[in-house]
Design a binder for this molecule. Structure first.
Ligand SMILES: NC(=O)c1ccc[n+]([C@@H]2O[C@H](COP(=O)([O-])OP(=O)(O)OC[C@H]3O[C@@H](n4cnc5c(N)ncnc54)[C@H](O)[C@@H]3O)[C@@H](O)[C@H]2O)c1
Length: 272
């Protein structure tokens, strides 16, 4: 019997938005490990270069990076024109960019009573509008070259359930001063699951679309980590490396019957 690497991504070109971020690095790792070519897009050039350098050290391969604001259609059109000029056929798009307010960034201004409309708009623009813009241009690119492809939207356990605001509670503060995870995070992460379903039925001969709802990755705050872990049946937060194989599976030609789904990888957080 012939053996093969069932999850090979050899010669596949795969865009990762938010490629300069924490999980962007692991998605790129997943692709490089299976011999594919990640193309990293991010607002933040410094972070893009850091990820590129770390990946080069590990794989001895130069990955392409592009400083692009996903909310700017002209920048995205220029990017796709550049891929076209260089005859780069894009096999998949991972919509991973977001304004992911970390535990330490949370504050009382994010409460619904205080939320600044600029913050709301900025978050919706980055997390939903930007992801929609690049997805629509990617779909047009596939049509133009008569290609098939797929989109993977990175949602979250908070795309399935509500944030448990008790996690962020400071006993020294009264109710109105408590820090919260902003409502825009729920809207973006639930919205991405809706976008996933829409794209997954739109042109099934050409495009497959799925979402992944990841649970929280370990942070540098033992107290917070302990509180979150108590809500997770596996009793711990994730190691980012644990997300690599999920990505390899969904990107691979061995998952061709998976479409429109939300793969939940959260240690069981959302079932209780
Ligand atoms: N880290 C976690 O614990 C966790 C858990 C579940 C889901 N997620 C999801 O995974 C994804 C990645 O999370 P992360 O922890 O790596 O976050 P991160 O903040 O490290 O990375 C997000 C990246 O998106 C980029 N970005 C934001 N707006 C952009 C725009 N307009 N144009 C281009 N780039 C833009 C940022 O510059 C940043 O580098 C997010 O969608 C997040 O919601 C993360």
């Amino acid at each position: 019997m012939k053996t093969e690497d069932r999850f090979s991504l050899k010669n596949q070109n795969i865009i990762i938005t938010g490629g300069g971020g924490k999980l962007g690095f692991y998605h790129a790792f997943a692709i490089l490990e299976k011999k594919g070519n990640p193309i990293l897009i991010d607002l933040d050039k410094k972070k893009l270069i850091q990820n590129k350098d770390k990946l080069f050290e590990l794989f001895n391969k130069k990955v392409s990076i592009y400083k692009i604001d996903l909310t700017k259609k002209t920048q995205l059109i220029k990017f796709f024109n550049h891929q076209e000029k260089n005859k780069i056929m894009i096999n998949a798009l991972i919509n991973n960019a977001d304004i992911n307010s970390k535990f330490n960034d949370l504050n009382e201004n994010l409460r619904i009573e205080n939320l600044n409309l600029n913050f709301w708009q900025k978050h919706i623009n980055a997390g939903l509008t930007g992801n929609f813009l690049i997805s629509s241009l990617y779909y047009k690119y596939l049509c133009k070259f008569n290609l098939t492809g797929q989109i993977i939207n990175i949602s979250s356990d908070l795309g399935i359930i509500s944030p448990d605001q008790r996690l962020y509670k400071d006993t020294k503060k009264n109710f109105k001063q408590q820090h919260v995870k902003p409502i825009s995070y729920s809207v973006v992460k639930h919205g991405l699951i809706g976008i996933t379903k829409y794209f997954s039925t739109y042109d099934t001969k050409r495009l497959r679309c799925n979402a992944i709802a990841f649970g929280g990755v370990k942070v540098n705050d033992k107290k917070f980590e302990k509180r979150v872990s108590e809500l997770i049946p596996l009793n711990r937060m994730a190691n980012a490396e644990e997300y690599i194989t999920t990505m390899q599976y969904l990107l691979s030609p061995k998952s061709t019957y998976v479409n429109g789904s939300t793969l939940i990888v959260d240690g069981g957080r959302t079932i209780i």
